[in-house]
Design a protein around this ligand. Structure first.
Ligand code: HAM
Length: 436
C-alpha cells in the first residue's frame, strides 16, 4: 500500500480516540480540582497581537527569539499563535477591567498552544496545556496553594510519585538588576568559552546562560556568582515561609538554585516538575510568580502566580506508569436487525436506549446478520439485541450476552427497561456524561 498523499505537518499530531480517553480524563481531574479551589475557566484567542507575547515573555527568550508562529494580516498587522497562556490571561484581565474584582482572581485553562521548535519526543509544534493563574495576592501562602494544586493534580493523574518538584527563588526584578551586572562582569573576557547562543545572550539576558546545556557553558555557569547572594531579605523571607507552608502541606520538594525558567516575567518563586527517570530531560510542567507582569502590560502593580503543564507529556507519563483512564466509550448494547420492518423498529429502540444513558450502537446500514454480529464482536459490546422478521411478528427480541455466548427470546415491550436493569447503576449514573 502506498503512503497517503497528505500527512499532518511536521511536529503536529492528530489525537486519536484512544488518546482522547487520556485527554478527557486529565481535563476532568483538572476541572475538578480547579473548581473545588474556586478557579474559573478562561479561554483566550488562539492568536493575539504579537506584542502581547514579546512584551511579556521577553525578547531574548527562546520562545520569542525563535519559537513563535507569526502571522501577518492583509493590512500588515502582526499576530502570533499563542505559545503560552499567561500573557493572554493578563491581557484579558486588564482588557475586561477585572482589576475591580475582589482579589485574588483565579483562572484555569485547557488549551492548545503553538511553538515553532525542532520536533522531538515531548516537544511539538502544537501541544496542549492545562494551567492556572492567581492574580492579585502577594502572600507566600498563595504560592504554596498553587504548588499544592499542581501536586494534587499530579497525584490524581497517578504520576506524582514519578516526579520531583524542583523549587527556587529568583528574587525580585531589583535583585536581578544587580545580579545581571554581576553576571556580565563575570562572563566578560570568557566569551570564547561560550556557545554561540550564550555569547549573543550574554548582554541581553545573562541569566539564561545559567541553564545552557552545552558542556563548556555548564562548567562556567557552575563558577558564576550565585543569585542567592543578591537576593533581598524580603524575598528570602517569602521563600522561607513558602517552604514552611509546603512542609505543612506535606509536599516534597528539592531546592534547585540553578532553576531559572525560560520566560522573563518570573519573580521570586519558580518551580518545575521533573521526571525521576534517568536521562529524562523534559519538565512536565512549570510555573512561578510574575509580580511585575500586570504592570508591564499597562496595569497597576499587581502580584500574581501560576502554573502550566504539557498534556501530551502528562499522557506519556501516565502510559509509562501503566495508568489506563476509564473508557467511557465502551459499547454496552449492539442492536442488530434483519428486514425493513425490523430496521425501522430498531431505529427508535437504539435512540430510546441512548436516552436512558446506555451506550448503544446499531449498524443500520448493514443488512447481513453475519456482518452485524461480526461488528458487535469487534466493538466488544456487552449485549446484542437481535430483531429479525420472526421476532417482529411475535412481538419479541433476542437478547444475547456476548461474553457468555448465551441468548434468550424476550418480549419486545419492556426491553428498554430490562436493559437498564441489566446494566445496572453504573451505566445509568453516566446518563448525561456532561453532567459529571
Ligand atoms: P512553560 O514551562 O513554557 O511555561 O510550559 C509549561 C509546560 O508546557 C512545559 O513544562 C511542557 O510540559 C509543556 N510544553 C512547553 N512547550 C512544549 C512543546 N513544544 N511541546 C510539548 N509540550 C510543551 C509556561 O508556558 C508558563 N505560561 C507557565 C506559567 C503559568 N507560569 C505562570 N503561569
Amino acid at each position: 500500500m502506498s503512503a497517503p498523499s497528505y500527512q499532518s505537518p511536521k511536529g503536529v499530531h492528530d489525537i486519536l480516540p484512544d488518546d482522547h480517553l487520556y485527554f478527557t480524563f486529565i481535563k476532568k481531574v483538572v476541572r475538578h480540582h480547579c473548581r473545588r479551589a474556586g478557579f474559573r475557566r478562561i479561554s483566550t484567542p488562539i492568536f493575539e497581537d504579537v506584542e502581547v507575547f514579546t512584551r511579556s515573555i521577553g525578547d531574548s527568550s527562546d520562545i520569542v527569539e525563535k519559537e513563535m508562529f507569526t502571522l501577518e494580516s492583509k493590512s500588515g498587522k502582526k499576530y502570533a499563535l499563542k505559545p503560552e497562556g499567561t500573557a493572554g490571561v493578563v491581557r484579558a484581565y486588564l482588557q475586561h477591567g477585572m482589576q475591580q474584582l475582589p482579589k485574588p482572581i483565579e483562572f484555569y485553562y485547557i488549551e492548545p498552544f503553538f511553538r515553532y521548535n525542532r520536533p522531538q519526543k515531548g516537544r511539538y509544534r502544537q501541544f496542549h496545556q492545562f494551567g492556572f493563574e492567581a492574580i492579585g495576592e502577594q502572600d507566600p501562602a498563595i504560592d504554596a496553594q498553587i504548588i499544592y494544586l499542581s501536586y494534587r493534580i499530579n497525584q490524581d493523574l497517578g504520576i506524582a510519585d514519578r516526579l520531583t518538584l524542583q523549587l527556587n527563588t529568583i528574587g525580585s526584578m531589583d535583585d536581578r538588576k544587580q545580579y545581571r551586572e554581576d553576571l556580565i562582569n563575570f562572563y566578560t573576557g570568557k566569551e570564547r568559552s561560550l556557545c554561540e547562543d550564550c555569547r549573543r545572550r550574554m548582554h541581553e539576558n545573562p541569566m539564561r546562560l545559567l541553564d545552557c546545556k552545552e558542556e563548556d557553558c555548564r562548567i562556567l555557569a557552575s563558577m558564576a556568582p550565585k543569585l542567592e547572594k543578591v537576593i533581598s531579605e524580603e524575598s528570602k523571607e517569602h521563600f522561607r515561609l513558602l517552604q514552611e507552608y509546603l512542609k505543612e502541606l506535606k509536599v516534597p520538594y528539592v531546592l534547585n538554585p540553578m532553576l531559572v525558567r525560560g520566560l522573563d516575567y518570573y519573580t521570586h518563586t519558580v518551580y518545575e516538575f521533573w521526571s525521576k527517570a534517568e536521562g529524562a530531560q523534559n519538565a512536565i510542567g512549570g510555573g512561578g510568580r510574575y509580580d511585575g507582569l500586570v504592570e508591564l502590560m499597562g496595569g497597576q502593580p499587581t502580584p500574581a502566580i501560576g502554573y502550566a503543564a504539557g498534556m501530551e507529556r502528562v499522557v506519556e507519563y501516565m502510559k509509562e506508569a501503566g495508568i489506563r483512564p476509564p473508557n467511557k466509550d465502551k459499547v454496552a448494547v449492539f442492536v442488530a436487525q434483519l428486514g425493513q420492518v425490523a430496521k425501522k423498529k430498531s431505529l427508535s429502540l437504539i435512540n430510546e436506549l441512548r436516552d436512558l444513558g446506555i451506550n448503544t450502537v446499531g449498524a443500520v446500514g448493514k443488512d447481513s446478520m453475519k456482518a452485524q454480529m461480526g461488528l458487535a464482536d469487534k466493538l466488544e459490546a456487552q449485549y446484542s439485541l437481535i430483531l429479525g422478521q420472526i421476532e417482529v411478528q411475535d412481538g419479541t427480541i433476542i437478547l444475547r450476552n456476548m461474553k457468555k455466548g448465551s441468548q434468550e427470546t424476550v418480549p419486545f415491550d419492556g426491553i428498554v427497561k430490562k436493559m437498564s436493569e441489566l446494566l445496572g447503576e453504573n451505566m445509568l449514573k453516566d446518563k448525561k456524561l456532561w453532567e459529571e
